[in-house]
Ligand binder design. Structure first.
Ligand SMILES: [Zn+2]
Length: 473
C-alpha cells in the first residue's frame, strides 16, 4: 500500500510539473481527496518511473488498464512515419519500443522496418504488416515460464467459441507462430501475422479479457476509437491526454483498411479503449457524444466484434462456392466434351469425350446427394474441390453403389509442413490426402474445410487420374 509519507514525497516532486501544468488545480484537488484509496503498487511504479508526470492522480491510476502500461512507460520521442497496407500508405505516429518494433495506439506493435522503409516488403513474409493467418489458423506456443497460463487457454477458448479463428499448437515445422510471454510490462501484441515468431505479452496484471483483446490485434484488429468514422460517435479530449501519448488517439487517416472500419461503430467492442485511457489528470480522454463514458469492457466479444472478425477472414477460410440445382442438371455433349450443365446451360462439370460413363456416374452422385453447391479452394486450378448439400453440409451416407471412397480419421488430419515451409500436404495417419506444393494459404483453407465440414471420406470417379472428386462426412 501507498503510505501518506511516500505520497507526500511524490507530491513534492510533482510540484514543478504541476505548476507548469494547466491542469494543476484539478490534479491537486484529486490528490488531496484520495490519499487513502487503495491502488496497485505496479501502477504507482509506472507513475514514479516516469519523471515527465511524477504525479498522476490516483483516480487515473485506478483506471489505468494494463494494456496501456507499456506505452505509458515509454519515453522515446514521438515520430511521424508512414506505413504501407497493400498499395496504400498511411501516416503513422509512433514511439520506438525496441530494436524491432514501434508501439502505436498503446498496445500494438508494428515492425519498425515497415515504417522506416515502407516501400520495401513490409515483413519477412513479404506480405502486408497486416497479413491474415492462412485459413484463420493461428499456431501458438506458450512460454513455459509464463505465469497463469490459464489466461491464454481461456482466451483461446473464447475466440474459438465465438469466431472462426482456430488455434493449433505450433511445432518445429511452423515458421510463423505466436508465442505468449509475460516477460515485459503491459499487455501488447503485433498487428496481424508478422512472419516468424511473434510475441503476445501478458504481464501478471493482464486478465483473460485483456488476452482476448490482444489476440484481436494478433489476428488484425485495430482499436475501435481509431476508426475513421469515430468523430461521429465519440469526442476525444486532447487536453486531458498525457502529452506524448496523444498519438495513441489518432484515427486512421486513410480509409478502406480491413478490420477496423468494418461494420458499425461499437462502443462496447472488446477493442474499444476505456474513457480514461492515457488521462493526464483523471478526466476522461474519450466520451460518447452524449457525454457518457465508454466502459472499455474486457469481458467478451460483442456481436459486432464477431461480425467484423468473420468479415475480415471470410476470404481466408474455406473455399468459394457456386450454387447448382441438382434437380435441373443434365448431361450434354458440347464441343466434343461430355458436360454436366444446369437448366440455364451453365457449365458445371466437364469430361473428355471418352469419359461418358464417368460423367454419368458423376451426374448420379450430384443428384442422389442433392448437391446444391460446388466449391473450390484456390481458383483457377483448385487444389481442393468439394460439394455441399441442402443446409450447407457435406454429403453423407451411401446413396449410390460402387462409390470409390477412402475413409480417414478426421481427428488425425494435419497440415504437414515440409522443405522448410515451402511444401504443404494434408495427411492423416501417414497417408497423404492432398498435396499443395508451396500454396500454404490453400493448404490451411483445405484443412479448415476438412475439419469444419467434419469430412471422413475422400471420393473419386475414375481412378487413377479421376475426372471427378468429392468428399463426404
Ligand atoms: Zn489494444
Amino acid at each position: 500500500m501507498f503510505t501518506k509519507k511516500s505520497f507526500s514525497k511524490m507530491f513534492k516532486s510533482a510540484v514543478a510539473y504541476a505548476v507548469a501544468s494547466a491542469v494543476a488545480v484539478s490534479a491537486l484537488s484529486i490528490l488531496a481527496s484520495v490519499t487513502n484509496s487503495g491502488f496497485s503498487d505496479s501502477l504507482i511504479s509506472v507513475a514514479k518511473a516516469d519523471n515527465r508526470f511524477p504525479f498522476i492522480p490516483p483516480l487515473h491510476l485506478q483506471m489505468v488498464s494494463p494494456e496501456i502500461k507499456a506505452s505509458l512507460k515509454l519515453t522515446t520521442p514521438v515520430k511521424l512515419g508512414k506505413i504501407r497496407f497493400g498499395s496504400k500508405f498511411r501516416k503513422i505516429n509512433y514511439q520506438q519500443f525496441n530494436s524491432k518494433f514501434a508501439l502505436v495506439e498503446g498496445d500494438i506493435l508494428v515492425l519498425i522496418n515497415s515504417i522506416l522503409n515502407p516501400d520495401l516488403a513490409d515483413t519477412p513474409t513479404g506480405k502486408d504488416v497486416y497479413a491474415r493467418w492462412p485459413g484463420g489458423i493461428v499456431p501458438f506456443k506458450i512460454d513455459p515460464n509464463m505465469k497463469n497460463q490459464q489466461r491464454v487457454s481461456d482466451a483461446i477458448k473464447a475466440w474459438e467459441a465465438s469466431t472462426p479463428i482456430r488455434f493449433i499448437a505450433a511445432n518445429n515445422s511452423h515458421k510463423d507462430f505466436v508465442k505468449f510471454i509475460d516477460t515485459s510490462d503491459g499487455c501488447w501484441s503485433s498487428i496481424g501475422m508478422v512472419g516468424g515468431e511473434q510475441n503476445v505479452n501478458l504481464e501478471s496484471g493482464c486478465s483473460t479479457g485483456n488476452a482476448i483483446h490482444e489476440i484481436g490485434h494478433t489476428v488484425g484488429l485495430w482499436h475501435e476509437h481509431s476508426r475513421n468514422d469515430r468523430d461521429s460517435f465519440i469526442n476525444v479530449y486532447w487536453n486531458n491526454i498525457i502529452v506524448d501519448k496523444k498519438h495513441n488517439f489518432n484515427k486512421k487517416e486513410d480509409s478502406g483498411f480491413e478490420g477496423d472500419d468494418i461494420g458499425v461503430y461499437d462502443y462496447e467492442s472488446i477493442m474499444h479503449y476505456g474513457s480514461y485511457a492515457f488521462s493526464l489528470n483523471g478526466q476522461a480522454t474519450i466520451l460518447r457524444k452524449d457525454g457518457t463514458t465508454v466502459s472499455g469492457q474486457r469481458n467478451n466479444f460483442t456481436l459486432a466484434d464477431i461480425g467484423k472478425i468473420r468479415a475480415m477472414y471470410k476470404n481466408y477460410i474455406h473455399g468459394d462456392c457456386v450454387g447448382i440445382n441438382y434437380n435441373s442438371l443434365q448431361l450434354k455433349f458440347v464441343n466434343n466434351r461430355w458436360t454436366i450443365v444446369d437448366s440455364g446451360n451453365h457449365y458445371a462439370f466437364s469430361f473428355d469425350s471418352t469419359q461418358k460413363n464417368e460423367a454419368e456416374d458423376s451426374l448420379n452422385i450430384l443428384r442422389k446427394y442433392k448437391i446444391t453447391k460446388s466449391c473450390f479452394v484456390g481458383r483457377p486450378g483448385p487444389s481442393m474441390e468439394y460439394l455441399l448439400t441442402i443446409g450447407d453440409i457435406a454429403p453423407q451416407g451411401n446413396l449410390i453403389s460402387n462409390e470409390d471412397c477412402i475413409h480417414f480419421n478426421n481427428a488425425n488430419v494435419v497440415v504437414q509442413i515440409l522443405d522448410n515451409g515451402n511444401h504443404y500436404r494434408i495427411v492423416s495417419d501417414n497417408s497423404i490426402m492432398a498435396d499443395f506444393g508451396n500454396k500454404r494459404e490453400e493448404a490451411y483453407r483445405a484443412f479448415r474445410v476438412i475439419k469444419d465440414y467434419k469430412l471422413t471420406e475422400q471420393c473419386f470417379v475414375g481412378r487413377p487420374g479421376p475426372s471427378f472428386k468429392y468428399w463426404k462426412r
